[in-house]
Design a protein around this ligand. Structure first.
Ligand SMILES: Cc1cc2nc3c(=O)[nH]c(=O)nc-3n(C[C@H](O)[C@H](O)[C@H](O)COP(=O)(O)OP(=O)(O)OC[C@H]3O[C@@H](n4cnc5c(N)ncnc54)[C@H](O)[C@@H]3O)c2cc1C
Length: 459
């Protein structure tokens, strides 16, 4: 492994030097700095490949000693590109892939380099699962820390609601455990407050009996029926059972047809699932019906193909408490003008159980939001960057009167204002800022949806 120190400040001492440091030109450097969003092309001064807690602590100390900014890479799916910094130290957790499952206690201990595919496959081998992302190569770490929306959230809450404990290396190098009974303030903050408080080196997640076969999938209608489908979908979601969670998306098929799809997962019995999802199948005249009994693992990977790694992406999110008629009319009209066949409008249901958690129980405060509305655009040609970004921003702007002020923290776009970031944390922000001041007063962890420590004058 190449380790060269050309910095004018000279080589760091052994005490502060991480074991595996990559610099520009080293084998593996370009691979490690590339992330899911191909539009992000940043060059860290150092990439610290971390295999254990000691590596993480050394990487933090090294960056601080050199006065360099830090970014933290979990599963690298932040569309904003928060995993990689320009000219700083990227703490790369990809080598931390440990996974232990205790089927008796129904608990998984997950290290932060893992993605949902690995966790889902391992837990399903025991007939277990926890709420996870709907695209299987999304990282467990960032998704959990920002909330975690998924198919099981109607019954089991968000991913962060299933976090039982976390191990964290803080800015001063301390290795702490956070749970309801240990560092409880930190534990509260980690469940929705993102990567602001330190580097999480292990997550303990509550598992539940799920599948292995569930009833779910999707049905699709032509886009010219979109307003009726959306009205039906809104009414249907007013009373869907906890076992079910849903999403509704407008997209373009590979052969160029614009469609609106309703997707759902029912994690109860197959009979109950079939009955509960029947109204979706029977509504209108779907052009596609792929709803039925299927492995939970198949549902968890069904959307993977729509989000290939390395494509250029931009997205904006708005949380929705009430799906208003104006939004229902507007979305289809806008969607047909999308400048890319890879544009997606998505309404992802938050989930009944997630909605019932009190707003102050965790740092994910938006418990009254029923959906995350997302405009997500993907394209291949860099010359389209400005046009694609501008179109998405314009769409998002036009949704604002019908949505809450807040975006889902995990779906911020990276160039958000301080007010946008604050509103993404909602009523949790003040307490988060106090806890930030306790655990990271110098705002060492700021390449994220940043919470300014109380008392800080600048980031
Ligand atoms: C295709 C796609 C599908 C998605 N689907 C869903 C979905 O169904 N539900 C949902 O809720 N979200 C979804 N998301 C959003 C997802 O939650 C965020 O992109 C999340 O940030 C991904 O986490 P990551 O670890 O992969 O990302 P990274 O880019 O590695 O990290 C994201 C943020 O978390 C911080 N971070 C990462 N690891 C750690 C750690 N160990 N300790 C401290 N901070 C850390 C990073 O510094 C960064 O700020 C999706 C995203 C994509 C791209």
């Amino acid at each position: 492994m190449a380790e060269r120190f050309t910095s004018s400040s000279g080589p760091p001492s052994d005490a502060e030097r991480p074991r595996e440091l990559l610099r520009r030109g080293d084998a593996g450097y370009d691979e490690a700095r590339r992330i899911w969003n191909g539009m992000i092309d940043r060059q860290p001064a150092f990439i610290a490949r971390c295999s254990n807690v000691d590596d993480v602590a050394k990487a933090i100390a090294f960056a601080r000693a050199k006065g360099l900014p830090i970014s933290v890479r979990g599963g690298d799916h932040s569309a904003a590109g928060a995993a990689v910094c320009e000219g700083g130290v990227m703490i790369d957790l990809a080598p931390m892939q440990g996974l232990e499952i205790d089927p008796a206690r129904r608990v998984a201990r997950v290290e932060p380099g893992l993605r949902w595919k690995q966790v889902d496959e391992a837990t399903q081998a025991h007939g277990l699962a926890t709420t996870g992302g709907t695209v299987s190569d999304t990282g467990v770490a960032g998704l959990t820390l920002g909330g975690g929306l998924g198919w099981l959230a109607g019954r089991y809450g968000l991913t962060c609601d299933n976090l039982l404990a976390a191990e964290v290396v803080t800015a001063d190098g301390a290795h702490l455990r956070a749970s309801e009974t240990e560092n409880a303030d930190l534990f509260w903050a980690l469940r929705g407050g993102g990567g602001n408080f330190g580097v999480v080196t292990a997550f303990e997640l509550q598992l539940h009996s799920v599948g292995p076969t569930i009833y779910g999938g999707m049905v699709a209608h032509p886009i010219d029926r979109a307003a009726e489908v959306l009205r039906f979908y809104r009414d249907f979601c007013a009373s869907n059972p906890d076992e079910m969670n849903t999403a509704c998306a407008m997209m373009t098929t590979p052969d160029g047809a614009k469609i609106i799809a309703i997707a759902a997962c029912h994690c109860g019995s197959l009979e109950d699932g079939e009955e509960a999802l029947r109204p979706i199948k029977q509504f209108g005249s779907p052009v596609v019906d792929q709803m039925g009994a299927m492995p939970y693992l198949a549902l968890q990977t069904a959307l993977d193909g729509a989000f290939p790694r390395g494509r250029r992406y931009y997205w904006k999110s708005a949380l929705v408490t009430q799906l208003r008629d104006e939004m229902i009319e507007r979305m289809p009209e806008q969607f047909v003008t999308a400048p890319s066949p890879h544009t997606l409008f998505l309404l992802q249901q938050i989930g009944n159980a997630a909605n019932r958690v009190p707003a102050d129980a965790t740092a994910f405060a938006h418990r009254d939001a029923r959906w995350d509305a997302l405009v997500l655009t993907g394209w291949e040609d860099p010359s389209e960057d400005a046009q694609q970004v501008a179109w998405s921003r314009q769409v998002h702007q036009s949704w604002k009167p019908f949505c809450s002020d807040a975006s889902y923290t995990n779906a911020l776009s990276g160039e958000d204002s301080d007010a946008d970031v604050r509103s993404s944390y909602g009523s949790a922000y003040r307490r988060l800022a106090e806890i930030k001041a306790r655990y990271d007063p110098a705002n060492v962890f700021r390449m994220n949806a940043n919470i300014k420590p109380v008392g800080a004058t600048a980031s």
